[in-house]
Design a protein around this ligand. Structure first.
Ligand SMILES: Cc1cc2nc3c(=O)[nH]c(=O)nc-3n(C[C@H](O)[C@H](O)[C@H](O)COP(=O)(O)O)c2cc1C
Ligand SMILES: CC(C)CC(=O)C(=O)O
Length: 407
């Protein structure tokens, strides 16, 4: 419930938040944020997977005190989720990643910052203060660039790097291609700013952001997808395509390298694991944690929904390292179900972008409050007072014919 019992009557659910955001974002931004790869079936299935489970509530258990908090990097996270790293948040609102960081700090919710943020990692660290913040990392073909980012993240107090491993190539996002998606020139991919030349600075970005929301981008072909066997990297401002993730990445060489670079200040997690086999390799190679993710359905379309991939990862890991999950989380009950299936923590991506588009920092705060309140209520109604007690005893799975199976 909102503070002082004041509800935002215009926006009582994440679905309503999505609708508001839809009308507030320009088409290129909306398409870029909302779409999935190819037909978008994995994106949809990430959401639908939650409906396959139902909760078995227990009653008469004194649920007058509910503790929704979990520990994250030695600190108390107020609820069972954090805000996942998503690129280029200034497209949604001029407050961008600063708005998200301040909202997360206020709500005591962890934040992941994308390598492709439109705000520098130092500024986000400063806004986050002691609130846990992690840096999502792409290991670029230009290793020196990654090394510099890691050094900066250590210095700025990041707790961990989340190496994204589901992106050896960029997934095929057809609206992005059709719109010839491009970051408007007054925004910076801020962690690359020194390579881009003098920055116009935050203020300039802030001033022109509202204007930009209305404006259609000046399109220049943004290749970088497969064109036959070739990947074509366009010239011009820094993009994922010019600083491509490295398709040669592998466990033996690159995870070892990353651990050395990050040690001892920062943990190394892998984001984008979706099988038990890779989870075992992650443990074997000494990573500190796993995020079960398919990049919000933006990479390999046809991949398993993350909630469906979660149980095999949890089983493979056998509690040796934490397992987090993201993808399709839009309700407090989704968080409950993911935790019941063995996740230690959840991350939400698009809802934070919609919150930003809705009202900047206040919109992200609102999004966090909606999901936290729903999660708290779900715990109480299911008869659970502590997150660690949420287990698969509280779930059943329903198949297409309506058959109810205990887990
Ligand atoms: C617009 C957008 C940009 C994203 N940018 C990144 C990124 O830079 N790095 C990354 O690892 N994941 C990125 N992701 C994936 C998210 O971290 C997360 O895995 C995903 O959004 C979770 O799914 P959800 O949006 O359904 O919650 C992005 C997702 C979206 C929607
Ligand atoms: C710059 C992009 C590669 C960021 C991303 O991961 C995404 O759009 O899904």
């Amino acid at each position: 419930m909102a503070k002082g019992n004041q509800h935002d009557l215009d926006c009582l659910t994440i679905d309503e938040l999505e609708q508001h955001a839809y009308h507030l974002m320009d088409k290129q931004t909306r398409d870029y944020y909302n779409e999935g790869a190819d037909s978008g079936s994995t994106l949809r299935e990430n959401l639908d997977a939650y409906a396959k489970y139902r909760i078995r509530p227990r009653v008469l258990r004194d649920v007058s005190n509910i503790d929704t908090s979990v520990e994250m990097f030695g600190r108390k996270n107020s609820t069972g989720f954090g805000v996942a790293p998503t690129a280029m948040q200034c497209l949604a609102h001029h407050e961008g990643e600063m708005g998200t960081a301040r909202a997360c700090k206020k709500a005591k919710v962890a934040m992941g910052l994308s390598s492709f943020a439109t705000t520098s990692l130092e500024d986000v660290a400063e806004a986050s203060e002691d609130n846990p913040h992690v840096l999502q990392l792409y290991l670029f073909e230009d290793r020196e660039h990654s090394r510099k980012l890691i050094q900066r993240a250590k210095k700025a107090g990041y707790k961990a790097v989340f190496l994204t491993v589901d992106t050896p190539y960029l997934g095929r996002r057809n609206l992005e291609i059709r719109n010839q998606f491009k970051l408007p020139p007054h925004f910076k991919v801020a962690n690359f700013a020194e390579e881009e030349g003098p920055s116009g600075g935050d203020q300039q970005a802030a001033n022109s952001a509202n204007e930009a929301r209305q404006r259609q981008p000046k399109a220049a072909p943004e290749a970088g997808y497969f064109d036959g066997e070739k990947r074509v990297a366009p010239k011009g401002p820094i993009t994922f395509h010019t600083h491509a993730a490295n398709p040669t990445l592998n466990w033996e060489r690159d995870i070892e390298w990353l651990k050395q670079e990050c040690s001892p200040e920062m943990e190394v997690w892998v984001k984008g694991v979706a099988t038990g086999e890779d989870a075992i390799l992650a443990v074997h190679h000494g990573v500190n944690g796993i995020v079960v993710s398919n990049h919000g359905g933006r990479q390999l379309n046809g991949a398993l929904a993350t909630l469906d991939a979660l149980p095999e990862v949890v089983e493979a890991v056998q509690g040796k390292i934490p397992v987090h999950v993201d993808g399709g989380i839009r309700h407090g009950t989704d968080i409950f179900k993911a935790l019941a299936l063995g996740a230690d923590f959840c991350w939400v991506g698009r809802p934070a972008l919609w919150g930003l588009a809705y009202k900047g920092q206040a919109g992200v705060e609102h999004m966090i409050r909606l999901l936290s309140d729903e999660f708290r209520l779900c715990m109480g109604l299911a008869g659970v007072t502590k997150v660690k007690d949420i287990s698969k005893e509280y779930l059943v799975k329903i198949d297409k014919s309506g058959f109810v199976a205990k887990l």
